[in-house]
Design a protein around this ligand. Structure first.
Ligand code: JFZ
Length: 518
């Protein structure tokens, strides 16, 4: 596979070179004609430019599409990644001064509880994740079948999880731990061949002066007796609650903190595959342009649609906590990010964990619509993953060990979602492989695939290779299955059918609803 991808890349590069050579040659011809004098010669030259430019415009569109396909190739094949939300907020774990945070993810605790800057910063003095082991984190992702990791390099609390010269508010300088966790993660990712991406809160920053703050009411934190006063203050100060937050302008913050930090992140950690911007609160065009320009430090880096709306669409759409309907898909790459419980950052009291079944079904559902699943872990302040997350990763990994062929490098289903499960497809020498992930195994042993009319060339259980018999009926293809499902969560049937098939796309005006502004 790898060899094949390399060959394909080489072919694309060669195409680019030929294109360049052609344009140089054309200019040379025109130059020679122009210097040869005479009106007719000039006219011929003008005609040539006219006809040629049309041709170039078209080829450059194809080249751009090819370049984008080439850039997105690993990401589209990956289908499954790990999100990690980790920072000083893990130390608070959803509780401040004995009060449990009323609303939102625990990574928002500083804003929702309206914790003063100095007070929040003092928690960093307790942040000492001595049990952090990059190798084991990356191994857990790998064994779960994940192909990439996106970690919060800096969340809205402004705390850099890396050594930075742009602010003392970072893990190396402000904690007893004193080590750059991103460095260690980058090394482990390299060792296990896992792609690494950084989440970076480019606009909101509640500690570095000048950063923006989405306004949240005090009641979203705790029943603070001063809430009327605080809410009036945040209303008058663009969401800020501490005068220390506004001792610099937003433009200063961008120039002194965001730009240098993104530069560091894209320069000091080897290959970075994704820059995951978040919450464009009060972003300016000028700031977005400066940040976007830095991406050239990592050729081929993939970026999302949260830098600034709507003019910086990035490469991927980011529906949050929900899986879009097939009708909402518009051909643009997309990735659903989701928590395993109800919070991104660690919250000790949140035991609302999704079941293994839900998580595996989500992965199948997302793959069946051609998207990626970015599943979140909120590590504890000691540097370990919550047990419930470890258990779920292990279960997903066991399923993936048998069934990942139905997920990796697949395309969206050619058929509408079934009541009993989901479908992904792969093209194979003019024919189509359909992977049917059966969530609800039929009690009568008959599985109907409505709408499938293609001739069946082969049908088997992916887990065992056991052949399945099929026959046609009025409702569609009927598969005769063994009495017992090979996997109680989702059993995959591999069906090879004649001919090419394309993605199912119902006509509709709905669009993917992507992340909110804050
Ligand atoms: C953002 C962050 O504020 C949050 O802490 C977390 O990092 C998450 C991945 O992204 O928050 C959002 C963005 C969009 C919505 C909600 C929270 N939304 O669309 O409802």
């Amino acid at each position: 596979m790898r060899f094949f991808i390399k060959k394909q890349n080489e072919a694309l590069n060669l195409k680019n070179i030929i294109m360049k050579f052609r344009s140089v040659r054309c200019v040379k011809i025109i130059m020679r004609l122009l210097t040869a004098n005479g009106l007719t010669v000039c006219l011929i030259a003008l005609l040539l430019i006219g006809s040629r430019s049309g041709l170039f415009a078209q080829s450059s569109v194809t080249t751009n599409k090819n370049a984008q396909d080439q850039k997105m190739q690993w990401w589209r094949q990956a289908r499954f990644g790990m999100f990690i939300h980790w920072g000083v907020y893990a130390q608070l774990a959803g509780v401040y001064k004995g009060h449990s945070q009323a609303r939102g993810g625990a990574e928002w605790i500083m804003n929702r509880m309206k914790i003063p800057v100095k007070s929040y910063q003092s928690f960093a003095k307790q942040f000492n994740p001595v049990k952090f082991n990059a190798d084991s984190w990356v191994r857990m992702a790998k064994e779960a079948g994940m192909k990439y990791i996106i970690i919060t390099a800096k969340h809205h609390d402004g705390f850099a999880m890396f050594g930075t010269h742009a602010s003392p508010w970072n893990i190396v300088d402000a904690t007893p731990y004193g080590k750059d966790v991103l460095k260690m993660l980058a090394e482990a990712c390299k060792k296990y061949d896992i792609r690494l991406g950084f989440y970076y809160s480019q606009a909101q920053d509640w500690n570095n002066p000048g950063g923006s703050a989405a306004r949240k009411l005090t009641r979203e934190g705790w029943p603070n007796p001063d809430s009327a006063k605080i809410d009036a203050y945040t209303a008058a100060h663009h969401g800020h609650w501490d005068p220390l937050q506004t001792t610099a302008s937003f433009a200063d913050y961008i120039d002194r903190v965001a730009v240098p930090q993104v530069k560091e992140l894209l320069s000091n950690y080897g290959k970075i595959s994704v820059l995951w911007w978040d919450t464009p609160t009060n972003m300016t065009r000028e700031a977005a342009e400066k940040l976007q320009a830095l991406l050239k430090l990592q050729p081929g880096i993939i970026t999302n649609d949260r830098l600034k709306r709507p003019d910086f669409p990035g490469d991927t759409k980011t529906p949050e906590q929900k899986i879009p309907d097939a009708a909402a898909l518009d051909g643009k790459d997309w990735e659903t990010c989701m928590t395993m419980n109800g919070t991104w950052g660690y919250r000790a009291s949140d035991h609302n964990w999704k079941s293994d079944t839900t998580l595996i079904h989500n992965l199948c559902d997302i793959a069946s619509k051609g998207g990626n699943y970015l599943l979140n872990i909120g590590p504890k302040p000691d540097g370990t993953f919550p047990e419930a997350s470890v258990d779920r990763l292990r279960e997903i990994g066991q399923w993936m060990k048998v069934n990942s062929e139905a997920i990796y490098a697949t395309n969206a289903s050619p058929l509408p979602p079934f009541d009993w499960g989901r479908c992904t497809r792969k093209a194979e020498k003019g024919n189509t492989i359909l992977y049917l992930s059966v969530f609800h195994w039929p009690a009568d042993g008959k599985l109907i695939v409505p709408g499938l009319k293609n001739k069946v060339l082969a049908a088997s259980l992916l887990a065992s290779g056991k052949v399945i018999s099929t026959n046609k009926s009025k409702q569609g293809l009927v598969l005769t299955l063994p009495a017992k499902a090979p996997d109680p969560i989702a059993s995959v049937i591999k069906l090879v059918v004649q001919g090419e098939m394309t993605t199912y796309h119902p006509k509709s005006n709905s669009t993917i609803s992507t992340g909110a502004l804050d």
